[in-house]
Design a protein around this ligand. Structure first.
Ligand code: BGC
Length: 415
């Protein structure tokens, strides 16, 4: 990682016994300081995201939202509990997001209260030797931004740059790794082509334009962060998938990949790392997505496909020379045994790419908690820890211990 980077500047390659349940022990080379964590986002766990476009969308008629986010996991108040859990599991990192709508509730009005809160959260990470990976934008927009046209307003890149300056100045000294815009390609796809996310647009042209704007927003935020105190790697977490073209689906796969992945990966050359996020393999026929009926599916209707970890990392590595962090990977399931099988396969793929010398610096399981899964509400269970819907009591599932045990085979995890 050049310039701004602080992650494993001189990678010390260590050989370590890598143990998995139901896997053959193997030797893996990996960099010192490899980040092991879980990923979360503000809106999905904090509760009280009332100043956002999503909150409004959930209350409007004719949307795809099945329920309202409400108090989520109450992590706004319970973040110390979440971090204690993280520390107990022996994870050395935690990915969270800060909420633009709280920090800048109205245009140009900065909430010192919100910044103070996030400062306390990041200090609480540091106090537990947990490296905070901080996302500045994870799907939600402040209402004032949405009302001014959201990602279709040509000024949004400069607004996001200004917001990043505020975050960098207030929190830069505590940030461990920064993510600018989470899955900009999914925001564009779901919000501007599929019409499933706000603002519910369905247009190929507008989708392509928003993707371009997203890249400008990322650059504005990255450059703003670089001009503020602190020294930490800055990158963009991109949604990637394994695609399989069914007969006649080849052109469509190429078109989707071009817009969703390649145009982004080509634009990230000046970043300190590339964030890769994957969940499944998508089968594409001439008419679009085909959901297989004869294979194992997850709660989201996705193909059970942990192999996508290895696939997407290899693909990203073939298109960029930046170090890679797997900033999200996971499975929505009520069957924790299925989650452990998924994790086992995912980490096996990770071990393979590390063994082949691909520069991967971290892996983040989505998610720590069962949380608010956007239009699907609280149905899908992505957490390694369950959350009682009225008491908010947290209860680690067997997969939490499984993950903790797998991670223990690695060095540099502060005990
Ligand atoms: C998003 C998360 C989401 C997860 C599971 C990712 O695309 O960043 O917010 O909860 O996938 O669907």
């Amino acid at each position: 990682m050049d310039g701004h980077a602080a992650l494993g500047e001189a990678p010390v390659v260590i050989v370590q016994r890598y143990r998995f349940v139901s896997m053959t022990p193997r030797e893996v080379h990996f960099p010192d300081g490899f980040l092991w964590g879980t990923s979360t986002s503000a809106y999905q766990i904090e509760g009280g995201g009332d100043n956002t476009d999503w909150w409004r969308y959930e209350r409007a008629t004719g949307t795809h939202a099945v329920e309202q986010c409400g108090d989520a996991c109450d992590s706004w108040n319970r973040y110390e509990e979440d971090l204690d859990l993280t520390a107990r599991l022996g994870l050395n990192s935690f990915r969270l997001s800060v909420e633009w709508a709280r920090i800048e509730p109205e245009r140009g009005v900065i909430s010192q209260e919100a910044l103070g809160h996030y400062r306390r959260v990041l200090e609480a990470c540091r106090a537990r030797w947990i490296i905070p990976v901080v996302t500045l934008h994870h799907f939600t927009l402040p209402l004032w931004v949405a009302d001014l046209g959201g990602f279709e307003n040509p000024d949004i890149a400069s607004w996001m740059g200004d917001y990043a300056l505020v975050v960098g100045r207030a929190l830069g000294g505590l940030i461990g790794v920064a993510c600018t815009v989470n899955e900009p390609n999914i925001v564009a796809l779901m919000g501007y082509l599929m019409g499933f996310f706000p603002p519910q647009v369905e247009s190929w042209e507008r989708f392509v334009e928003v993707n371009k704007t997203m890249r400008a927003c990322h650059v504005a935020m990255r450059d703003a962060l670089r001009s503020t105190p602190g020294s930490y790697p800055i990158g963009l977490p991109l949604s990637m998938q394994e695609y399989e073209a069914l007969p006649g689906g080849e052109d469509l796969v190429n078109m989707i990949r071009h817009e969703m992945e390649d145009e982004y990966l080509r634009a990230l050359d000046d970043d300190d790392y590339v964030g890769v996020q994957c969940y499944t393999k998508l089968l594409i026929g001439p008419e679009g997505l085909v959901v297989p009926t004869d294979q194992e599916l997850t709660e989201m209707g996705y193909l059970f496909w942990p192999q996508s970890v290895e696939y997407t990392i290899r693909r990203a590595a073939s298109l960029t020379d930046r170090p890679i962090i797997m900033t999200e990977n996971g499975i929505g399931t009520d069957d924790d045994g299925q989650r452990i099988r998924y994790l086992s396969g995912a980490l096996a793929g990770l071990a393979n790419v590390l063994r082949d010398g691909i520069d991967v610096r971290g892996y983040f399981q989505w998610s720590l908690l069962d949380n608010f899964e956007w239009t699907f509400g609280y149905g899908p269970k992505f957490g390694i820890v369950s959350v009682h819907r009225t008491t908010f009591e947290r209860a680690p599932k067997p997969s939490a211990q499984w993950y903790a045990d797998a991670v223990k085979g690695f060095p540099s995890i502060p005990s």
